[in-house]
Design a protein around this ligand. Structure first.
Ligand code: GLN
Length: 205
């Protein structure tokens, strides 16, 4: 049994919870989901999910409640994080927007709403390192990763821009992996990533 924390300010909490449970099931690991709205919850979590939404609102909550420092400590302990869309913006080194206090847990800079200026949302089959078949990626007013630093590995690109990256135990996507029944990104981030400290080799149910 592992405990998965989902930051629950806004954004697809139940869809992410379902995807984490499905990914866990494929490894015979049961998952308890806890919603994060205040400090004191993150330290008990084995894995963390930062969903989409509005990065300004998410970053305000994390800052106001002191959850930001807890997430940084979680990452320093080598425990996994999956950050999606606005979550990626909040996780980035720099979002080039004073309204977003970033966590600096993944070595990228992002450009908010960069795809959104051209097109609001779209779905694309995406080749992702570590997955055998393309992933059906849904982009909604998505950020562009405009620079990936030397600590970040690019896992997927769309039109020459990185849209999925990994930095140690942190995986981040510009798209929304929770919006299709395909839970391979959650699996990659939490159960298959060899760079994290979650011991999933032995599961006791
Ligand atoms: N455009 C949003 C932001 O900048 C992110 C959109 C999303 O999470 N779908 O925060």
């Amino acid at each position: 049994m592992i405990q998965a924390g989902v930051v629950a300010v806004q954004g697809d909490v139940s869809e992410h919870a379902a995807a984490i449970r499905r990914a866990g099931e494929s490894h015979s690991i049961s998952v308890e989901i806890v919603e994060i709205r205040q400090s004191g919850v993150v330290p008990d979590c084995d894995v963390l999910l930062l969903p989409g939404g509005e990065s300004t609102a998410i970053s305000r909550l994390l800052d106001r409640e002191g959850i930001d420092a807890e997430i940084q400590a979680h990452v320093e302990a080598g425990k996994p994080v999956l950050a999606t869309c606005a979550g990626l913006i909040v996780a980035a080194r720099d979002a080039k927007d004073d309204r977003v206090e970033t966590l600096d847990i993944i070595d990228v800079t992002v450009d908010r709403n960069a795809f959104g200026r051209q097109i609001d949302s779209f779905e694309a089959p995406l080749d992702v390192d570590g997955l055998d078949e393309p992933f059906p990626a849904v982009f909604i007013r998505a950020p562009v990763i405009d620079a990936a630093g030397e600590d970040a590995t690019v896992l997927a690109q769309w039109e020459d821009n990185p849209v999925a990256v990994q930095d140690g135990a942190v995986v981040a996507t510009a798209f929304h992996p929770e919006l299709t029944p395909d839970s391979r990104i959650h699996d990659l981030a939490f159960f298959a990533n060899q760079n994290n400290n979650v011991d999933t080799a032995v599961s006791i149910d």
